[in-house]
Design a protein around this ligand. Sequence first.
Ligand code: HEC
Length: 269
Amino acid sequence: MKISSSHIIVLLLILLITWTFVSAPLPLEDARGSASIPIGDVFRVIAKENDIVRTLYTKSIVGQGKKAGLKFDEDWENPDIQAGPLPALFLAKAASNIDINPVELDLYLGSHQPITPTNGFEGIQIEKFESLLSTKEPVFYKDPNSGIETAMFPDFASAMACVTCHNEHPDSPKTDWVKDEVMGATTWSYPKSMVTEEEFISIISTVRAGFEFAYLSYLTEIETFDRKPEIGTQWPSAESYSIPDLDTFMSKFRSAADSATLNQLLSSK
Ligand code: HEC
């Protein structure tokens, strides 16, 4: 049987119901409809899913794709440039879709030393990011003005490519980044401090739909290339000028994300 995202969501829902039943002092009917999940737990789940998709995209698409002869560029959406999105721009594309979704979740990749000035932190984000920089741990806070719940997760220079590209970029205000340094923070926000299971499922679905939209945008861009890679079940490599189709990419992501998310839900109890 092919496992679709709706199956996974049903599985998650069953797990959540069981989880609430086991952990909550309330009768099951009450607990299911009540806002019983701290938003911090939800932020940790989606931050982990974001790490998974970003690693998959960075290593298996950008890293392997370059070996196959594919290009990745900051101006990837310019019709004259035949390239795919850089990892930060893959995330920006997903964020644009997450932001327009009716679920009131926001995603922002910011930095204290941004290449693009609009990616800088503002207001309370500046001081919260300072504490993230000193501990290298995520920070969770409620914005005192808007009351919006926010979580910042450190964005590490996990590959030399992060370091060299940022150091050499003409607009980069900092040119001495080193490997494993904190380069910024993926910043999530949501207006409530506790959510119901239903909201939790919608948040995960929204985030996954954002990743799907970002990958689909790349596939759409490929249609304009003069030399199109083959789009199918193959992943790129030095021997293979190909790119996985949407289903192949998302299945690979989901198989890693589903188990990470279940593990996180179980360990948060
Ligand atoms: C080939 C070049 C390149 C690589 C590789 C790259 N980046 Fe970037 N990165 C950019 C560009 C260009 C931007 C600005 C994009 C925009 O306009 O939003 C950016 C944006 C960012 C931002 C938002 C703040 C800013 O500078 O505008 C962060 C944080 C970031 N990158 C971290 C990373 C990390 C971590 C890695 C490695 C996992 C990485 N980048 C890899 C080029 C690169």
